[in-house]
Design a protein around this ligand. Structure first.
Ligand SMILES: Nc1nc2c(ncn2[C@@H]2O[C@H](COP(=O)(O)OP(=O)(O)OP(=O)(O)O)[C@@H](O)[C@H]2O)c(=O)[nH]1
Ligand SMILES: [Zn+2]
Length: 369
């Protein structure tokens, strides 16, 4: 197999060349489950585990290999499986907040659930994605606030978002949905499609040229699998046992998988992220809501709280209809969440540094005669 069809390019080659003195092979993670990996490389597919040294040096979840990662590996003598020695630096990285322990409460605002309390850690959902298809359906699931979250996470990941409005066969006025999306999309490409009736799916080929990786995100049921099956030209469900039926009798995607398309594109499919958590920084938020932050600079008073002050640009824009109050409130909510997360992340970093410091102290003490 020519690994350029797996997304191998000069960026990863440069990373891999750091290990040119070792006889490693480059491989891409196509599946991950509980520490067991499936890799694709020049000779096909091979199972893999990470080596003890790498495991020892890993300090957080984010450093483990994830679907989409390029790794430096070596097959065992019998060629039955392989050992991962390094995870190559990522070009882009899509993460979410993963609960790892503790008493958590779930806060629900605008139909979105946010986990508060407990220990959290950044977890990689998928790595090295060039383009993210954010899939929305124009049915009951249509939710602009959720779209804003996906956009925020995508911009934060380093990938480019493309918004797919699916199931347009169910409605007559796709244009009005597209208009609503445009109001929050900040210039991202938007395509109105019907996966079921194969309408406009040819427009997606421009993002799926040889070696380009596309990730699919969106709530359960928006049609991600249907889109993949249409692009593949056959039903993946029938060819691989990658799904199982959950307690409600629904089929849910249980493997995070990397799919190679005939025209050279690569698709990464993740389980429906119903309880999407934010793991972003304030920069990404500012980018997403730059218009609101620009407005704030136009308030009469520099310390305006945008409540009842005279000359408040936010309030006057809401009054004259140029700023959607819903969008403004979503901004405030996301802002309070990111502030919370940034604080938690800093606390964790400090704790980690302290732990490292103490362990070095202990080592130094033990070394003393
Ligand atoms: N009317 C209509 N239905 C669609 C369309 N695309 C998908 N569906 C239906 O929507 C339902 C869910 O589609 P899936 O492709 O399984 O959704 P998913 O996003 O993969 O869901 P998860 O695997 O749970 O994340 C199925 O019954 C599909 O037939 C469409 O364009 N139009
Ligand atoms: Zn103001």
């Amino acid at each position: 197999m020519d690994i350029t069809t797996l997304g191998w390019n000069s960026f990863f080659k440069l990373e891999f060349d750091k290990f040119s003195d070792k006889d490693y092979l480059p491989a891409r993670v196509i599946r991950e489950e509980k520490g067991h990996y499936l890799l694709a490389y020049t000779d096909g597919e091979i199972a893999a585990e990470i080596c003890g040294k790498l495991r020892y040096h890993i300090t957080c979840l984010k450093e483990y290999p994830s679907v989409g990662d390029w790794v430096a590996m070596k097959p065992t003598c019998e060629n039955t499986h392989s050992i991962i020695y390094h995870v190559l630096n990522r070009k882009s990285c899509f993460t979410r907040k993963a609960p790892i322990s503790g008493g958590r409460t779930v806060r629900e605002v605008n139909n979105q659930k946010t986990v508060l309390g407990g220990a959290t850690e950044e977890q990689v959902i998928a790595a090295n994605i060039d383009t993210v298809f954010i899939v929305l359906a124009c049915d009951n699931d249509f939710n602009l606030h959720r779209l804003e979250r996906y956009l925020l996470l995508t911009y934060n990941s380093g990938a480019t978002p493309v918004i797919l409005l699916n199931k347009i066969d169910l409605i007559d006025d796709a244009e009005s949905f597209v208009k609503k999306i445009e109001s929050v999309a900040l210039g991202a490409d938007i395509h109105a499609i019907s996966a079921l009736e194969n309408t406009n799916l040819d427009l997606l080929n421009q993002y799926l040229s040889i070696g380009r990786t596309v990730g699919l995100f969106g709530s359960s049921g928006v049609g991600k699998s249907t889109i993949i099956n249409q692009l593949l030209g056959y039903d993946r469900l029938l060819t691989k046992s990658v799904r199982e039926v959950d307690s409600k009798g629904r089929h849910t995607t249980t493997w995070r998988e990397l799919v190679l398309l005939e025209n050279g594109g690569i698709l990464i499919d993740t389980p429906g992220m119903r309880e999407l958590q934010l793991w972003i920084d304030e920069d990404a938020l500012s980018h997403q809501f730059s218009d609101i932050e620009e407005l704030m600079t136009r308030c009469k008073f520099r310390n305006c709280t945008h409540n009842t002050e005279p000359g408040c640009a936010i309030n006057s824009s809401i009054e004259d209809g140029t700023l959607d109050p819903d969008r403004y409130h979503n901004y405030l909510m996301l802002q309070s969440e990111t502030g919370y997360l940034t604080k938690r992340r800093r606390e964790k970093e400090i704790a980690l540094m302290q732990r490292k410091y103490h362990s070095n102290q202990m080592k130094a003490l033990n070394r003393k005669p």
